[in-house]
Design a protein around this ligand. Structure first.
Ligand code: MN
Length: 203
């Protein structure tokens, strides 16, 4: 499969039409939202394209991107959106509306497995082995072609994976449970940002 990778500085171009269901991922300098800046947002329309936005880390001024993320008419598929949406809220100062999540869907659909990594889902549903070699790499500077390809891989398969997981969820009568979990995701992000990291339901 040929992937059409486009690198954009600071924001998406004006009037780019990406459709009503997009896949979204982000890359950060680390896993502490206050310490580690958001560097990149990747978006795919599901047609083997990847738009990689290299954010301006002084201003985080990206109005076209923010408009799409906040638009309730555009669905966004994440894999573990809990992290990405926290960084988006902290750095881009916007809620992300209308969310799907392949990791949550996988945990509910694939109770036959305890591995819900994106790499595992790509292998199971697309039958491709992707390298996660660049998962822990420096996304803060100039990006190498290998890093760009890694970033693209994180979004180009999410539409297909989500479709397949939804089929299982419907078959197993777990689709309403999935939808209810998605409703809580915004609150889970707000709890994270308020430093309530633990499961507040546990005894
Ligand atoms: Mn990623």
């Amino acid at each position: 499969m040929t992937i059409d990778i486009k690198l954009h500085k600071t924001d998406l171009p004006d009037d780019l039409q990406l459709g009503n269901v997009i896949a979204v991922d982000g890359e950060f300098m680390g896993l502490n939202v206050r310490r580690d800046p958001l560097c990149l947002i990747q978006i795919s329309s599901g047609n083997s394209d990847a738009h990689i936005i290299q954010l301006d880390r002084d201003s985080y001024n990206a109005p076209n991107l923010v408009k799409i993320l906040s638009d309730p008419a555009i669905s966004k598929i994440f894999h573990f959106g809990r992290a990405d949406i926290s960084y988006i809220k902290h750095y881009l100062k916007t809620d992300t509306n209308n969310i799907f999540d392949t990791k949550i869907a996988s945990k509910l659909a694939r109770s036959y497995s305890d591995n819900h990594s994106l790499k595992t889902l790509i292998k199971e549903f697309i039958n491709i082995d992707v390298s996660k070699q660049f998962q822990n790499s420096d996304f803060g500077g100039e990006l190498t072609p290998a890093q760009l390809k890694y970033c693209a891989n994180d979004v180009i398969y999410l539409h297909k994976i989500h479709d397949e997981l939804v089929k299982i969820l419907k078959r197993e009568n777990r689709i309403e449970l999935y939808k209810d979990c998605l409703k809580f995701l915004k609150t889970r992000v707000d709890l994270d940002l308020a430093l309530f990291k633990d499961d507040i339901w546990s005894h």
